[in-house]
Design a protein around this ligand. Structure first.
Ligand code: 0O2
Ligand code: 0O2
Length: 265
């Protein structure tokens, strides 16, 4: 592979990166529009530099005649707020019809010794070129914002020290990776708490709405004393936990059923 051939060789890879960026950014917009919350925070992409491709081919013992076997010449990076979002995006990637997953690497469960965490997919992606369809390999990395923060800094330090990061700095990076791991755990716990609070709030407001509509039914059918009694009970239960409200709701429902059976409505 001579120098002047690289531009032509890389053209379909540039196309793949552009297409994949558009696709994942559109997916973000679509989910945000329908759900008001998106598992994708942002998405970036790049074509590897020629010098890095040659270096990587050497490391992987791939001769330059078969350089297309280097799996990450085209690379896409998808950042998520929470680890749970990564699972959702991963499932989405596995189900897509415009690419085929050929490999998955879970550096989230199995952190690298450096402290690196990320979930990698290698996919086969077809691009339509002037000379027909060309299927090429692309790497998709999934990260949380915390994972990305750590990896970006570590990558730039590796660049600065040309792979020979001083031992003391390396140890600190491992500690920083542990802090980033704990941060993801804390954020997930907060997310779960917010979700639980939202569910509780919804259950409570539904139960309150049910109780009030049943009391209204009693008033409407002339059972004023019963309605006043349950209204008082409702006021008392409101300051207690959700179970008290749910018990009251069941009690009123039973009384209403009895009234209906005895043709009092
Ligand atoms: P916006 O509205 O700024 O978010 P291009 O296709 O030209 O947009 P380019 O120049 O090839 O993209 O760059 P790349 O590396 O693919 O992606 C850059 C995108 O990632 C930009 O989004 C940045 O805003 C976004 N980005 C990079 N780092 C961060 C970060 O730390 N936080 C956030 N929230 N976004 C980041 P856009 O497309 O310009 O849109
Ligand atoms: P660039 O500049 O990002 O393109 P291995 O698991 O060791 O057998 P390899 O090749 O190290 O194999 O891992 P893999 O799964 O192919 O992932 C390669 C890419 O993941 C790297 O690309 C990085 O982007 C990222 N990565 C892997 N390990 C680390 C790490 O310790 N720190 C950081 N910051 N990123 C990492 P490139 O080709 O290294 O470079």
């Amino acid at each position: 592979m001579y120098g002047r051939d690289w531009d032509t060789f890389l053209l379909p890879y540039e196309q793949a990166v552009e297409e994949l960026k558009v696709k994942f950014r559109s997916l973000r917009t679509e989910i945000k529009h329908t759900e008001e919350y998106t598992p994708i925070e942002f998405c970036t992409g790049r074509v590897k530099k020629v010098s890095s491709i040659i270096e990587k081919a050497k490391i992987l013992s791939i001769p330059l005649e078969r350089v297309e076997e280097v799996p990450d010449i085209a690379g896409i990076r998808i950042m998520c707020q929470f680890q749970e979002d990564m699972h959702r995006v991963a499932e989405h990637i596995r189900g897509r019809k415009d690419m085929t997953v050929v490999e998955e690497r879970d550096y989230v469960t199995n952190r690298k010794p450096s402290g690196y965490r990320s979930y990698h997919f290698i996919v086969k992606y077809p691009v339509q070129t002037a000379s027909g369809e060309q299927e090429l390999l692309a790497e998709i990395q999934l990260r949380t914002l915390a994972m990305n923060f750590w990896a970006t800094i570590e990558h730039s330090l590796n660049y600065k020290y040309k792979g020979n990061i001083p031992e003391q700095v390396r140890e600190r990076l491992v500690r920083a990776a542990e802090a980033s791991y704990r941060l993801d755990g804390e954020m997930s716990a907060i997310r779960d708490e917010i979700k639980a609070a939202q569910i509780l709030f919804e259950t409570k407001s539904n139960t309150v709405a049910d109780i009030l509509s049943m009391i209204e039914k009693m008033i409407h059918n002339g059972h004023l004393e019963l309605a006043a009694e349950f209204h008082q009970k409702f006021h008392e239960a409101q300051s207690e936990d959700i179970q008290s409200l749910q018990r009251l709701s069941e009690e009123i429902q039973q009384v209403l059923q009895q009234l209906e059976q005895n043709n009092f409505f």
